[in-house]
Design a protein around this ligand. Sequence first.
Ligand code: SF4
Ligand code: SF4
Length: 96
Amino acid sequence: MAMITGRTRGGAEWTPEFVTALDAQRCIGCGRCYKVCPRDVFTLVERVEMVEDADDFDEDDEMMVMTVQNALDCIGCKACAAVCPKQCHTHEAAAA
Ligand code: SF4
Ligand code: SF4
């Protein structure tokens, strides 16, 4: 299966890895990924919005955490993963 690939200015081929998920339970809401992202991918939300099972709710869920708002705007640079102190992001190459 052919994957989406790009080229550096020097002509070398590279394979972008696009953000596919962000672990809201690990995220501390520091905003580093939001600041470094060159696209409009992330937004801050209350963690409680990300908790699927109400029985799992606790006081920590009242804090703000990052979430993937617009995954289709990602260019696969992985800058977000490079700056995240909690390894929250998951990335994958995508089929062309
Ligand atoms: S991989 Fe790059 S473009 Fe995609 S969300 Fe992370 S920083 Fe933004
Ligand atoms: S850099 Fe990591 S810990 Fe900080 S807001 Fe982004 S996902 Fe959360």
